[in-house]
Ligand binder design. Structure first.
Ligand code: PLP
Length: 469
């Protein structure tokens, strides 16, 4: 493809994306294809000779779009959002166009320094502990996902515990029964063994009980095991419950034996709320955390993938992840004056993700971001009030930030049938969880373009479909 052809097709593709976004509300939110349908439309073998780009673009409409679940649809209320606002899409384009692989400072100084800088910006924007800033002993790095952040935190915790215990003793990890499955996955990948993870009971609000955590750590210590890692969740996946980080943090310090237990705080979804001072209570106790992450790719309008991860002691992280072969040696690294982010993550190579975060922060400004976050929370508040006012429905737990967990007063089967009817309608997309053992519907409001009319329409549809189950 020549530069002129790239200009032509690049503009055509940008137009295609803008047309897609403008017309998105006419599409069913949840893809309606059957398994195998997309592949059946594809030729069995790749083309021997290059095709015209017009044919490729046409197939985006013909083959790809029918198989898309429209995460950018304003009536997407499922899981948690995965926002790809226009500024972040442009950031992705700029990143792909530059084609940088930013494993070392030397392989593109701007990729590293912009990343360090926007991560410091976020420390201010969210009012995070000063110990996460790059000028302190800590620092921030962009990971692909919260799952990777948890794994890196756990590996650093494992090394620190091994150092303190002269590589002896079996390590144990702790998270609540409501913690995300990525914590169990990290425990398995880090080689602690799935049976080393203790799932701590929660209170009636699905928050971890610090006393139960203290008891579990004490029992393990008496059995000769080494408590090494606790993950507290700020905004659980099922119900956005916020664990009492301050109490948990105090336990990690007090009960750690020769070395304190590493506290990781996972705020994948809810962390964005701290842009607004009135929601900063969610981070109470964060000064106790050894590491913390949230996902701008969920609620902060930044295209997947983008997880913001900070540590209080960057040396502990780097010690656990750094391997320096001859072919990566360079003067800048040897000088000790630069950050090489390859040492802060699992893979060697890394994308220039800071660009999209930078574009988002500059295009919206903090006020623009706060405005949208506040609007989502207000919409969730309104939806929860409608649920409470209708005697056929009930809230499963009080609304938390922008998530409403509710159900039809009735059996699990009726709620399951309601969800199936709603999602088959194409008008909206919701998902479910289980709270207190009961099937529960979740309405998660966080898509960039969601307005009151979308939430009202969702509620009307839910009430109408409920008549038929
Ligand atoms: N932690 C929490 C609380 C989550 O809700 C999720 C996903 O929804 C994750 C972690 C995993 O996120 P990621 O896909 O970035 O690994």
């Amino acid at each position: 493809m020549t530069s002129d052809e790239f200009r032509r097709w690049g503009k055509a593709l940008v137009d295609w994306i803008a047309d897609y976004r403008e017309g998105i509300e006419d599409r069913p939110v949840l893809s309606q294809v059957e398994p195998g349908e997309v592949r059946r439309r594809l030729p069995p073998e790749p083309p021997e000779t290059g095709e015209g780009f017009d044919a490729v673009l046409a197939d985006l409409d013909e083959i790809v779009l029918p198989g898309i679940t429209h995460w950018q649809h304003p009536s997407f209320f499922a899981y948690f959002p995965s926002n790809a606002s226009y500024p972040s899409v442009l950031g992705e384009l700029a990143s792909a166009g530059l084609g940088v692989q930013g494993m070392l400072w030397a392989t593109s100084p701007a990729a590293t320094e912009l990343e360090t800088h926007v991560m410091d910006w976020l420390v201010s924007a969210l009012d995070l502990p000063a110990g996460f800033r790059s000028g302190s002993a800590g620092g921030g790095v962009i990971q692909d996902t919260a799952s990777s952040a948890a794994l890196c935190a756990l590996v650093a915790a494992r090394e620190r515990a091994w150092e303190a215990h002269s590589k002896g003793g079996r390590l144990t990890a702790y998270a609540s029964t409501q913690a995300h499955s990525s914590i169990e996955k990290a425990v398995r990948i880090a080689g602690l063994g799935a049976d080393s993870l203790r799932l701590i009971e929660v209170d009636e609000g699905y928050r971890m009980r610090p006393r139960a955590l203290a008891a579990a750590m004490a029992a393990d210590r008496s059995a000769g095991l080494v408590p090494a890692f606790v993950c507290a969740t700020v905004g659980t996946t099922s119900s956005l419950a916020v664990d009492p980080v301050a109490g948990i943090g105090a336990l990690c310090r007090e009960q750690g034996g020769p070395s304190p237990v590493w506290l990781h705080v996972d705020a994948a979804m809810a962390g964005t709320a701290a842009l607004c001072p009135e929601h900063r209570w969610i981070h109470a106790g964060l000064e106790h955390a050894d590491s913390y992450c949230f996902n701008p790719h969920k609620w902060m309008f930044t295209a997947f993938d983008c997880d913001a991860f900070w540590v209080r002691d960057r040396a502990a992280l780097v010690r656990s992840l750094s391997v320096l072969p001859e072919y990566l040696r360079n003067e800048a690294t040897e000088s000790g004056k630069v950050i090489d982010y390859r040492d802060w993550q699992v893979p060697l190579g890394r994308r220039f993700r800071a660009l999209k975060l930078w574009f988002v922060l500059r295009a919206y400004g903090l006020e623009g971001l706060r405005l949208r976050v506040r609007r989502h929370v207000e919409l969730a508040e309104a939806f929860a009030s409608w649920v409470e006012a209708d005697e056929r429905f009930e809230l499963a737990v009080p609304r938390s930030l922008n998530l409403v967990c509710f159900r039809l007063r009735g059996s699990d089967e009726e709620n399951e049938a309601l969800l199936a009817r709603l999602n088959a309608s194409g008008a909206l997309y919701l998902t479910h969880t289980r709270l207190g053992g009961r099937y529960t519907l979740r309405l998660s409001i966080g898509q960039t373009d969601t307005e009151e009319r979308h939430v009202r329409a969702a509620w009307e549809r839910i009430r109408a479909e409920a008549e038929s189950v």
